[in-house]
Design a protein around this ligand. Sequence first.
Ligand SMILES: Nc1ncnc2c1ncn2[C@@H]1O[C@H](COP(=O)(O)OP(=O)(O)O)[C@@H](O)[C@H]1O
Ligand SMILES: [Mg+2]
Length: 362
Amino acid sequence: MPEPTPTVELRGVTKRFADFTAVENVNLQIRRGEFITLLGPSGCGKTTLLRMISGFDTPTEGVILLDGQDVTALPPYRRNVNQVFQSYALFPHLTVEENIAFGLRMKGAPRGEIIERVRRGIELVSLQGKENSKPSALSGGQKQRVALARAIVCEPKVLLLDEPLSALDAKLRHQMQIEMKQMQRRLGITFVFVTHDQEEALTMSDRIAVVNRGRVEQLGTADEIYHQPRTRFVAEFIGQANLLRAQVIGREDSDVVVRLADDITLRVNDTNLPPDELTALVSLRPEKIHLCRDAAPGENVFAAEVMEEIFRGQTDQLQIRTASGLEFTVVVANESRSQDAFHKGERVFCRLHPEDLVLVRD
Ligand SMILES: Nc1ncnc2c1ncn2[C@@H]1O[C@H](COP(=O)(O)OP(=O)(O)O)[C@@H](O)[C@H]1O
Ligand SMILES: [Mg+2]
């Protein structure tokens, strides 16, 4: 069966400001009703990508399609998309109700319909009782809800959200993350969400596009991005990673066997390494290193010493060093103050599963 037409599609999109390239040859297909997140560090081109989808900016090269229609040359008001800004951009002299009604008034919707849609919008974001308040009387979270309702009542095909939660404190932000995700599911509107916060992206998204220096480095589900990073940047930007340069010493079916230093041999379950590559960069998550006190060194098992022990609440972070001087970060669950805890100066054995090791591009 052919793939359904993407709701948003970017084809070879590049954006240059004078001689600076902010977005470079981005190809991206966004599906109907999905929650997709553009995740990347500050300055990587996220806002520029959103502004090209909404029509506030035009690509230097490439095309943008909405539902298969080329909209590259259309102004924002001719596209069925709506944007929620980080700064809320509410009108201070209008009430909550009037702010939410604003877009519908601009479109010339009939009065009765405006009243009904605004009522539903207020319900959707749980602002009953605040209809006649001015923005200055609202908390940060409530202002963000007004901004959301104002965008949603216009029933856009696509809602673009540019770091909408970054001004909120951590606790409220977590609550809003869950609320927004639930709302998105319920409404079935396609959300294109921008954040530099990896945890936020992992919590909310159906798929994540990791953006680095104007390019999409990897596109996938949270699970894929976390467990199967394809590049050094993705491995390091999402979660923590031990990255180690290794010698390729063998290949068997779907495994690659590599050597670190002289004394560690690792079997990696990965088929993505080019056939004639002699070295590889191995990525290993700190929580995937299993420590024990007794083991026989061999493939994927090696000895080390605990150099440092850092209490992190739910977890302990250990720095370990092997006999040949390789250092790893290990994270262990801090379940109880049991006899099993590993301490500074202890000799330990590390055990790794081939499926937990990934080879990444530098
Ligand atoms: N109008 C502009 N003129 C010149 N440079 C710009 C303009 N807009 C963005 N940039 C540059 O493009 C890069 C990407 O910006 P932006 O898309 O805002 O990044 P992000 O939203 O990921 O932080 C930045 O280096 C920024 O300085
Ligand atoms: Mg930005």
